[in-house]
Design a protein around this ligand. Structure first.
Ligand SMILES: Nc1ncnc2c1ncn2[C@@H]1O[C@H](COP(=O)(O)OP(=O)(O)OP(=O)(O)O)[C@@H](O)[C@H]1O
Length: 186
């Protein structure tokens, strides 16, 4: 079912971040959203997840209007957005157990608050990528990752998009070139 947006627009004050945006992303495709700081990439992803109401336009994601409070919607849509949280006291294994996904991580067996920014980012990404989903939304997934982890990221996004509709917002052009089928510039 993927993602369908028609005439999408978000106005902040008297400025339109984007307007008249039409998007279709089917399962098996990855759309990359690129643009300068403040151009509206995160805002667009939040519109697709239902955490921001667009000023104009219509969106369906996995056949539903975006609503992160709806269990059925959350089951279908896997995300890592800016405010994605970890439980500080939980280890990587405990996080993955909560999500019901296999614990095959090389991350240290320590509580999340003792992990580095890149390790925390990898754990968030593993949780989002390994659980079942129809749609995957990732906001700057490359943030805080070292070169090896960025290579891993490109591989796992490539695998995810075999069965899911994927949207990433990114500043990392090598990643965009490797995984994106289409690019929209805000
Ligand atoms: N609900 C809101 N109310 C007021 N301002 C907002 C709102 N949502 C977004 N903005 C503003 O819109 C602009 C776009 O923000 P956004 O985070 O979407 O940009 P971005 O392209 O993701 O930037 P970056 O590359 O720095 O992550 C910013 O100036 C932000 O402050």
């Amino acid at each position: 079912m993927g993602i369908h947006a028609r005439g999408l627009g978000v106005q902040v004050g008297d400025r339109w971040l984007f307007r008249d945006l039409d998007l279709t992303v089917d399962a098996g495709e990855c759309l990359a959203v690129v643009g300068d700081n403040g151009s509206g990439k995160s805002t667009l992803l939040h519109c697709l997840y239902g955490t921001q109401e667009p000023t104009e336009g219509t969106v369906t994601v996995a056949g539903m209007p975006p609503d992160e409070r709806a269990a059925e919607f959350r089951r279908a849509v896997s995300v890592v957005l800016d405010d994605s949280a970890l439980f500080d006291e939980y280890t990587p294994g405990q996080h993955l157990q909560l999500l019901g996904v296999p614990d095959t991580t090389d991350l240290p067996d320590v509580p999340a608050f003792e992990m580095s920014a890149g390790q925390r980012r990898r754990l968030l990404l593993m949780g989002a990528l390994r659980r079942d989903h129809e749609v995957l939304l990732l906001d700057e997934p490359e943030r805080a990752l070292d070169a090896g982890a960025r290579r891993w990221l490109a591989e796992v996004i490539g695998e995810a998009k075999r069965s899911a509709a994927v949207v990433i917002a990114s500043h990392h052009l090598p990643l965009v070139e490797r995984v994106a089928d289409r690019v929209v510039t805000l």
